[in-house]
Design a protein around this ligand. Structure first.
Ligand SMILES: Nc1nc2c(c(=O)[nH]1)N[C@H]1C(S)=C(S)[C@@H](COP(=O)(O)OP(=O)(O)OC[C@H]3O[C@@H](n4cnc5c(=O)[nH]c(N)nc54)[C@H](O)[C@@H]3O)O[C@H]1N2
Ligand SMILES: Nc1nc2c(c(=O)[nH]1)N[C@H]1C(S)=C(S)[C@@H](COP(=O)(O)OP(=O)(O)OC[C@H]3O[C@@H](n4cnc5c(=O)[nH]c(N)nc54)[C@H](O)[C@@H]3O)O[C@H]1N2
Ligand SMILES: [Mo]
Length: 631
């Protein structure tokens, strides 16, 4: 491979974190916010009485110290709490066709949207519109569709549980399960692969498990830029001597060395902590093969031990009581030649065996993974191979062990939990029917890809976006852009301007909403929302900044008013629910029993953990057992 020079990019020898990170934060803050605002703001991130950081979905330590934020969290907060504004005057100055030539960063960097806007095709500008008129026109356009399945309800993973729940209720009452979701582009192999294997589509570990494991596998994710608070967790695991094994084709600096900005000694002395004890530069797409080599090694060790009268290396008691399918996997391992494994993994046999032995010699192992695993053709196989590896040694559902998918957006997991899914399970629909006394649609709806296809082919004519930047986030952007331009109705509930908003339909609206950092006052007073992190912890989030503009509505309020303007069902008390979000939580609890005593339990600053059957070694699979699945 030849090296290509990239202007401004060179080798970096320092650790991740440290002063470099703090300087970057300082620059971002100066660029986006006044000086007084930022300091108080950052002290409230991920604090028991503050708001949930919109930066990522890594959980918060229970005993949150003076501050718990990171370089990227600070940037994400300042990006939302910026003092810059995208006003009606801005839209009067710039035609949509002119804005199209701006880059994506420049569009968002104009700052927070301040007024509801409607696209005016005559002039090519966005023009202000009153909330009443916007909702009336949106409702009329939705009602005019010949079939409810011609509307798509997209969710980006930042919406709170409360907003997302009202949103799915609105769409299902309207008559469709069309819920394309950012999760379709992100952890879909987790949502599909994990339930088949262990009966739940979520990770099984808690933050405390990281204190008890003796090895952590970091497979295809990059905490240095994407979930930097995880580096503090990895750092303390490294310091107590846990092995940290990285599988990644690229050397990611944050996985090599980290200087904690929260550690005075490291900051003053310039020292840092080594993170990875073993860094394996596996070939792109070579993970299934590499792990197969590890499993082959574990099996060989097991047989060797048995032949010498030992107990073996496989966790037989766990396997016998809790799993099925190991025989097929063993047959597959025996039938696979090392030369094929080495070729596909791009790693020498001796090195694979060394890591296999390290795994076999560890008592409690956590496997973390991200987009390097999921964003592949073989994503589901990748995820299930990680499960196979863990099950061999009973590394599931006990202290210090389990699987840890690193979710992306800060509430992408919560949104799914409260019903944002195009493939709704029957028991959820039954509950909705029981609680709300209407028959929700049963047929499966569109995910992100099928939604775009339907828009491209003219089968879908309306798109509502609860945040996000759908056509830009999807691959095949040109197809998505063309599809967006064929719509009758496009509605964007957003904090900032982005390219999606410039792909105008016959009727197009930008509806500006409050962000996480902002005070949300409704009829009953200031409101709290709730979110769920990567480890199934649900907790409260309350903003405190004055809203970016006096014209903003909250996401639950926007969804509710859209629903009211569209549906003809007086039994749904949209106004009452928005007046007091604890009533929305009561509804969530009524539909999803795992939210039992929801409003009580979020009084605890750390929140509560949703029951995770696999973590309790209860397997919601057809056979009632965790499944080895050969790949
Ligand atoms: N600052 C910032 N933070 C974010 C986001 C953001 O936009 N900005 N987005 C959030 C979201 S939505 C998400 S999903 C997460 C994503 O966070 P990550 O899951 O960390 O995703 P990537 O940045 O895509 O990193 C993928 C890693 O996998 C490696 N990789 C690539 N191919 C392979 C392979 O075949 N095998 C293995 N083993 N590794 C491979 C790459 O080298 C890279 O290190 O970040 C979240 N955090
Ligand atoms: N090329 C490329 N494409 C990718 C990825 C990649 O790494 N590379 N990653 C994929 C992944 S993992 C994901 S998860 C998707 C993400 O896809 P999306 O979630 O659709 O995209 P984002 O860029 O995160 O959305 C940013 C927009 O969300 C809006 N926003 C921000 N905060 C809020 C809020 O609090 N409320 C509301 N209503 N709106 C808000 C702002 O208007 C902002 O412009 O992209 C996928 N696509
Ligand atoms: Mo993501």
């Amino acid at each position: 491979m030849s090296k290509r020079e990239v202007p401004g990019v060179g080798p970096y020898g320092g650790p991740a974190g440290g002063w470099g990170a703090l300087q970057a934060v300082a620059r971002a803050l100066k660029h986006q916010m006044g000086v007084a605002r930022e300091a108080t703001m950052l002290l409230k991130v991920n604090q028991p009485a503050g708001f949930d950081c919109p930066g990522c979905a890594w959980p918060d330590p229970r005993s949150t110290s003076s501050f718990e934020f990171c370089e990227n969290g600070a940037k994400a907060v300042s990006w939302e709490a910026t003092t810059k504004r995208t006003t009606p005057e801005f839209f009067a100055r710039h035609k949509v066709s002119e804005l199209w030539a701006w880059n994506d960063h420049a569009l968002e960097d104009e700052g927070r949207l301040t007024h509801p806007m409607r696209y005016d095709a005559q002039t090519g500008h966005y023009v202000p519109v009153s909330w009443d008129e916007a909702f009336e026109r949106i409702g009329a356009a939705l009602r005019a569709l010949p079939d409810p399945h011609m509307a798509e309800f997209y969710t980006s993973g930042r919406a709170s549980n409360e907003a997302a729940f009202l949103y799915q209720l609105f769409a299902r009452r309207f008559g469709t399960n069309n819920f394309p979701d950012c999760s379709n582009m992100c952890h879909e192999p987790t949502s599909v692969g994990l339930p088949e294997a262990i009966g739940v589509g979520k990770g099984t570990v808690t933050l405390a498990d990281f204190d008890h494991c003796d090895a952590i596998f970091c497979i295809g994710h990059n905490p240095g830029t994407n979930h930097p608070r995880m580096l503090a967790t990895l750092r303390s695991a490294a310091r107590r001597g846990a092995k940290i094994v990285v599988l990644n084709p690229l050397k990611e600096r944050g996985l090599e060395r980290f200087a904690s900005p929260q550690d005075p000694v490291e900051m003053v002395t310039g020292r840092s902590t080594a993170i990875a004890t073993d860094y394996v530069q596996v070939r792109i797409g070579g993970d299934v093969a590499f792990m197969k080599g590890m499993m082959k090694t574990v099996l060989a060790l097991h047989r060797d031990s048995l032949s010498k009268g030992g107990e073996g290396v496989l966790d037989r008691a766990f396997i016998d009581e809790h799993t099925e399918g190991l025989d097929e996997v063993i047959a597959d391992l025996d039938a696979t030649a090392w030369s094929d494994i080495v070729g596909a993994a791009g790693i020498e046999r001796a090195e694979i065996e060394r890591i296999g032995k390290l795994y076999a010699g560890s008592k409690a192992v956590i496997a973390c993974y991200g987009m390097g695993i999921t964003q592949h053709h073989s994503g589901t196989a990748n995820v299930q191979q990680i499960v196979n590896l863990l099950l061999m040694r009973g590394n599931m559902g006990r202290d210090g062990a389990g699987i840890c998918p690193l979710r992306g957006h800060s509430n992408v997991q919560g949104d799914r939990t409260v019903g944002i899914t195009e493939v709704p399970p029957d028991d959820m629909l039954d509950s909705i029917e029981r609680v709300f006394k209407f028959a929700p649609p049963r047929e499966h709806g569109h995910g992100a890809i099928t939604a775009i296809e339907a828009m491209r082919d003219g089968r879908s004519k309306a798109l509502i976006c609860l945040g996000g930047n759908l056509p830009v986030a999807m691959s095949d952007t040109q197809v998505c852009f063309d599809a967006m331009r064929k719509l009758d109705l496009a509605v964007h509930i957003a904090t900032k301007l982005n390219r999606s908003h410039l792909l105008t339909a016959k009727e197009t609206f930008i509806l500006p909403c409050l962000g996480r950092t902002e005070l949300d006052v409704q009829a009953s007073g200031p409101q709290t929302v709730t979110v769920e992190d990567s480890m199934s912890m649900v907790h409260a989030s309350r903003g405190s900044l004055p809203p970016a503009s006096g014209h903003l509505l909250s996401e639950p309020a926007i969804v509710a008013r859209m629903a009211k303007a569209t549906l003809d069902d007086a039994s749904l008390d949209w106004d009452g629910w928005v007046a007091d979000y604890s009533r929305i939580r009561d509804l969530i609890e009524a539909v999803f029993p795992q939210f039992d005593r929801y409003n009580d339990r979020i009084q605890d600053p750390g929140g509560f953990r949703l029951f995770n059957a696999a973590a309790a070694r209860r397997w919601n699979t057809p056979g009632g057992r965790a499944r080895f699945i050969a790949h």
